[in-house]
Design a protein around this ligand. Structure first.
Ligand code: G3P
Ligand code: MG
Length: 230
């Protein structure tokens, strides 16, 4: 059974360092995180890299779509997924790998991500958790590599959360902590799913969510949330 930590650093430690960079993972580790979350998508030539947005613009200033950029032409601060895994090995960090496909590449992105994990994930680290807002990505991951645990990302839990989770054989639900209600939390936990929330940077809010049964808090500020949760 997958063991999740109480706290996961969102995009590394995005409150303190540029998101989804090796620097951000180092900062997360320095601030006490044992796991980080990161977003994986594919370049034009099919290389898995870390980037949240479809465009490089917000985080690097380069006004170009990831899907139109070859890996060799990426700004140097954008890591490949493989480089990130090397960094996790060095730091001893676990990872929630969010599959964040460019439009139309939902299945391909999942397949490349799990192939990379199979090839590169160190046996010394805890097994990773895959997650995605895209059911099609999780379905493809399940088919290609059922050994990697999956969590369905849902911003606001609606009545269809359970059939959707079952369809991808998810072990967990990762949801927006600011929208989670106590009855939905009970429903998810009673059904036997792990329950994680994003992106919570306020200690009191984190404590209240843990009081509702939430097992894992994904945060830009892992030091703050670790201190709050004790
Ligand atoms: O995986 C949790 C969280 O990262 C999901 O939302 O938009 O920050 O990738 P986003
Ligand atoms: Mg994410």
């Amino acid at each position: 059974m997958l063991q999740l930590p109480k706290v996961i650093g969102h995009r590394g430690a995005a409150a303190y360092a540029p998101e989804n960079t090796l620097e951000s993972f180092r900062e997360a580790r320095r601030r006490g995180a044992t796991w980080v979350e990161t977003d994986v998508k594919l370049t034009a030539d099919g290389v898995p890299i870390l980037m949240h947005d479809a465009s490089l613009k917000r985080t690097t200033g380069v006004d170009r779509l990831v899907s139109r950029t070859k890996a060799a032409d990426l700004p140097k601060e954008v890591p490949t997924f493989e480089a990130a895994i090397d960094c996790f090995r060095e730091l001893g960090l676990g990872c929630n790998v969010e599959i964040k496909p460019c439009e139309g590449r939902e299945e391909e992105t999942a397949r490349v991500a799990v192939e990379t994990l199979r090839r590169c994930w160190p046996g010394t680290l805890p097994a990773p958790l895959l997650s995605s807002f895209k059911d099609a990505s999780l379905r493809a991951a399940h088919v290609a590599a059922p050994e990697f645990a999956r969590a369905l990302l849902i911003d606001t839990l609606a009545d269809d959360w359970r059939p959707r989770a079952e369809a991808v054989a998810a072990v967990g639900i990762n949801t927006n902590g600011k929208k989670l209600t106590a009855p939905r939390a009970v429903e998810v936990l009673k059904a036997g799913y792990l329950l994680s929330v994003y992106t919570i940077d306020d200690g009191d809010v984190a404590k209240a969510l843990v009081g509702m049964g939430v097992q894992c808090v994904i945060t830009d500020a892992p030091d703050t949330i670790l201190a709050a949760l004790g």
